[in-house]
Design a protein around this ligand. Sequence first.
Ligand SMILES: C[S@@+](CC[C@H](N)C(=O)[O-])C[C@H]1O[C@@H](n2cnc3c(N)ncnc32)[C@H](O)[C@@H]1O
Length: 260
Amino acid sequence: MTFDDHLAHLTALDFPLTGNTGKVRTLIELARLINAKPGLSILDIGCIGPNPLDFWRPLFALYGGQFQLTGIDPDADGIARTQARLHAITEHPVNLIAGNGYDLTRLFPDQQFDVIVFTQVLEHVFRYREFLTQVHHTVQPGGDVLFTLDSGHYPHQRWQDSVKGILARLGREHHYEHGWRDDELNPVLNDLDFSVISREFYCTTPSKRLHNKYIDAAQKNDVMRLWFAQEYAYNQHITFDETAKRQFLILFYHVQRANH
Ligand SMILES: C[S@@+](CC[C@H](N)C(=O)[O-])C[C@H]1O[C@@H](n2cnc3c(N)ncnc32)[C@H](O)[C@@H]1O
């Protein structure tokens, strides 16, 4: 199946996809990986958020039963609530664990996953080097890591972020929220011997606002197909300087652990 086939299948579902093209990019990559190797073990770090496991709904609909999902989140109440209503989200088993991404090697001393995913989590992680080191230990050699985050290139000017930054430096990072730039992440990924397969920019602000606020639910997937295709094309053709990077809200990464 081609990249376009996956996009067509995802946007043909009878419920609207997420309103974040970076997450759609992640869904396409996951669909490719699941097709290439049915039975994949996948770890989703930070799986709760406002809509627990919602990200997985399209993949449960298309490939339910063809991958084994484990989800962790430090929000223990959210994990318990999601466990209690798991049957309403999917008929497929999901292993849900209350835990922090900083503790992966303690949580999974004997297990390494084929794929690790974390969408919109890294902007809440102050010690990202430590977090990514844990991810590196917990993915199989040769395994894939997919993530999206708020881009640190986007010129947000939120005074609250500075306060949260000071609190994080004092060891209270619970409310931390600050995007990272690719020039901050790339050296860490290199040091860990991850190869960067893709680093792409998604979600131009006006398109995101128009799609999410002004398009009827029934039309959202048709608009998403065009919006995503346009932003994917930007990533194929733009030579990203700082001005170009600043137009996008979200960074997407696909990295691979070295095979040794
Ligand atoms: C914005 S939500 C994203 C939820 C989901 N991944 C999504 O894309 O819809 C951020 C999630 O990351 C979790 N989180 C924050 N810091 C974390 C950490 N250090 N390790 C694991 N999860 C974390 C939060 O509890 C929250 O559920």
